[in-house]
Design a protein around this ligand. Structure first.
Ligand SMILES: [Zn+2]
Length: 441
């Protein structure tokens, strides 16, 4: 199948950072050609006049399993948020509720221009998440959440070490590389607080053996950092580094409460840090030292985290906040729009391990492409001359007109082709009722 996007303003994110008035031709799942006046007899033509054509946006820290719980865990700090609300809710999922939670998340993400995610599953029924991302068509890296330690972990989520590992390996063998390499597997220990040292050591060994990424959280909350220091005898990031986990295959969400030595370790080990500004503010966790990390050459990308700690999965909101919240402490020149847009494109591509395939509009790369309308009132005057400013400071998720993933049009004129939206909303409501009937808050 061929798709020809005509007359758009292409924000390429290529090495020259070209912004071009040009056409873009997709053949199969790759970008075939970028240039003026491209003609094709057989292609589906999309007119992008007055619109920005951008690389599909990438969120490198998401919890699809929590989408159903949006609005059910407001105004709590992390450890209470987990213990009182999120863990009991996750533990009450059934296969179907997890499927619809994940599909609901995919619909929101695609409608907001996010075409790739790095996700953390929950402990049980992880298969349902893979089924949902297969149906939705989004590009995915994620896996079963592993938890085998900690007095506060509810019985419904407490796994044993052997089962956490064997189930993960089983899912890895069945899903990694599926859907023409659109779906990949990551080991997902939740965070050091809920993982035994034995489990983390084994994950490190398996990650090296299979070349599989590890996706986890670290140093989000002061209580979490204190707990690790007390139980494992060192600061959180240094502990992960001691286990051999800090490298370019590690995706580490948050990294807020880190000292200078930890910053150095993260930058030098090329660990992928995920900045989640909305979630960090809402859980009163703090503000990650992102400008300092970037200055030291660290790899940084963006994520909305979970729906109950945000409460949106909107990359435009994360870009805007990432650009704004550091300025009072670091000056108006910190986190400029172009740099923030890079975190949501090339930064995410690096984190997901696909920098040669996605993150920019270049001939030969995979066709993950998003079209953003800049004719709305909040975008006026709508000159595309300052495209990064439009995208980071003004654009909203609802400005996304079309989303193409792996050469397939998943959303056009704001309608998703892979999902029956009305049925999804009704199934999600029924699923939530079922989950809530299993627990008492
Ligand atoms: Zn998270």
């Amino acid at each position: 199948m061929s798709i020809l996007i005509k007359n758009g303003t292409l924000v390429t994110m290529n090495p020259q950072r070209d912004i071009l008035q040009a056409d873009l031709l997709i053949e199969g799942n790759r970008i075939q050609k970028i240039g003026k006046n491209i003609m094709s007899e057989s292609a589906t033509v999309i007119d992008a006049s007055g619109k920005l054509v951008i690389p599909g946006l990438i969120q490198s820290h998401i919890h699809l399993c929590q989408v159903l719980f949006r609005g059910l865990a407001d105004d709590l700090e992390l450890l209470d948020w987990l213990r009182l609300r999120i863990w009991p809710l996750e533990g009450a999922h059934d296969e179907e509720s997890l499927f619809y939670s994940s599909l609901l998340g995919c619909a929101e993400l695609l409608r907001g221009g996010t075409t790739s995610i790095i996700d953390m599953g929950t402990v049980h029924h992880t298969e349902s998440i893979f089924e949902a991302v297969k149906r939705a068509g989004i590009r995915y890296l994620g896996g079963k959440c592993m938890m085998d330690y900690g007095a506060e972990v509810p019985a419904s989520l407490m796994d044993n070490t052997d089962n956490a590992l064997s189930e993960s390996l089983d899912l890895l063998s069945r899903w990694d590389g599926k859907e023409d390499n659109r779906i990949h597997y990551a080991f997902c220990p939740r965070f050091a607080v809920s993982c035994s040292e034995e489990l983390l050591q084994e994950i490190q060994r398996l990650s090296c053996e299979y070349h599989i990424p590890v996706h986890t959280h670290a140093s989000e909350n002061l209580g979490e950092v204190a707990l690790i220091e007390k139980e494992r005898g060192m600061r959180n990031v240094l502990y992960l580094n001691e286990l051999g986990l800090c490298n370019e295959n590690l995706i580490l969400a948050h990294c807020i409460h880190i000292d200078d030595e930890e910053k150095k370790v993260l930058a030098e080990s090329r660990t992928n840090i995920v900045h989640c500004p909305s979630a960090n503010l809402k859980l009163a966790s703090g503000i990650a030292p992102i400008p300092q990390l970037l200055e030291q050459g660290a790899r940084v990308s963006l994520g909305a985290d979970g729906a109950p700690c945000n409460n949106n999965l909107n990359i435009f909101m994360e870009m805007r906040l990432a650009a704004l919240i550091h300025k009072p402490f670091n000056g108006p020149l910190s986190m400029p729009a172009e740099q923030v847009f890079e975190l949501a494109t090339l930064g995410g591509a690096r984190a997901i391990g696909l920098e040669n395939d996605i993150g920019s509009l270049e001939t030969g790369k995979k066709a993950d492409v998003v079209i953003v309308d800049i004719k709305n009132w909040h975008s006026q005057p709508s000159s595309a001359a300052n495209a990064y400013s439009h995208l980071v400071y003004q654009s909203q998720a609802s400005d996304v007109d079309a989303a193409i993933v792996d050469g397939k049009i998943l959303m056009m004129n704001r309608k998703i082709s892979s999902i029956n939206e009305a049925e999804l909303k009704s199934q999600a409501e029924k699923s939530l009722k079922r989950v809530l009937s299993r627990i008492a808050f």
